[in-house]
Design a protein around this ligand. Structure first.
Ligand code: NAP
Length: 262
């Protein structure tokens, strides 16, 4: 696909740390203007001023709790007021919780579903029509390798990511013959604040967040549009093996990794 990022505007949610901040740096390096969204304003402002200085791009900061009802509309209205068009949307903000369902905090589960699912759908639905009308745009939804099987110990998180994968692939099916490219990216264990926030250990070695960005940028510029990509050869093999192994074995194996001990 011939999509030149220079001079375009990318909105990255969850840009205050981890994978999102790497997306922001990578886009900035290509001359893409940015809209950075998350809750930690100081982190967003620090990144914004660094990227403005280094790359001479426009960077807007939107401090927004994306788990709140109406969060996507609030972001959309701010951008409409400032007459900013979003050419690239990266729905990256998300978090996981690692506990048995009987021990989970229900308010936290609601926030997890609202952020990982509801706001991701709202933002996609908010910005896709403009992209389709212009016959140009990119939407990247960050799923996870946990989307490929149920995960005892992270039941809600894995279900939110299965939703992201299914939803995004379906929207790919609605748009792939247009100038808009919509796809899901599924990272495996990645070196970010994710596991501290989830209260869990990562299974296996964590890869740098830049790997996720590199795989995404390659999918954006690839000739052929794909509905989803998985980061890392081992993760790609595991995701395809899962379809051949009996379901109860897959679930038991996932639980042996993620169920809290004791
Ligand atoms: N790290 C991994 O191993 C891994 C693997 C697979 C998928 N993923 C996915 O990758 C994405 C990025 O996570 P990460 O690994 O980079 O973790 P991270 O370092 O914890 O980053 C999460 C980002 O989401 C933002 N965020 C969290 N809650 C928010 C809220 N209520 N409103 C607005 N923004 C919020 C955080 O910003 P504030 O705290 O400033 O709001 C932060 O910028 C997530 O969707 C995650 O599920 C991660």
């Amino acid at each position: 696909m011939n999509f030149d990022l220079a001079g375009k505007t990318a909105l990255v949610t969850g840009a205050s740390s981890g994978i999102g901040s790497h997306f922001a740096r990578a886009f900035a390096a290509t001359g893409t203007n940015l809209i950075l969204v998350a809750r930690r304003t100081e982190k967003l402002e620090a990144l914004a001023s660094e990227l403005r200085k280094q790359n001479g791009i426009d960077v807007h900061v939107i401090s927004q709790d994306l788990s709140e009802p109406g969060a996507a509309a609030a972001v959309e209205h701010q951008l409409l007021d400032q007459q900013i068009t979003v050419d690239v949307l990266v729905n990256n903000a998300g978090f996981g919780t690692n506990a048995r369902l009987v021990d989970e905090d229900r308010a936290r589960l609601h926030a997890e579903i609202a952020l990982n699912v509801s706001t991701l759908v709202d933002l996609t639905a908010a910005f896709l029509p403009g992209m389709v009308a212009r016959d140009s745009g990119i939407i990247v939804n960050i799923a996870s390798t946990s989307a490929y099987q149920p995960v005892p110990g992270m039941a809600v998180y894995a279900a939110t990511k299965a939703f992201v994968l299914s939803f995004t692939e379906a929207v790919w099916g609605e748009t792939h013959n247009t100038g808009v490219r919509v796809f899901a990216v599924s990272p495996g264990s990645t070196d970010t604040e994710f596991f501290d926030i989830a209260g869990s250990q990562s299974p296996g070695k964590r890869v740098p967040a830049s790997n996720v960005v590199d795989v995404t940028l390659a999918a954006i510029s690839a000739r052929k549009s794909v509905p989803s990509v998985i980061v890392g050869a081992r993760n790609r093999i595991t995701a395809s093996l899962v379809t051949f192994i009996p379901r109860r074995t897959v679930i038991t194996l996932a639980g042996s990794i993620f169920l809290p001990r004791g």
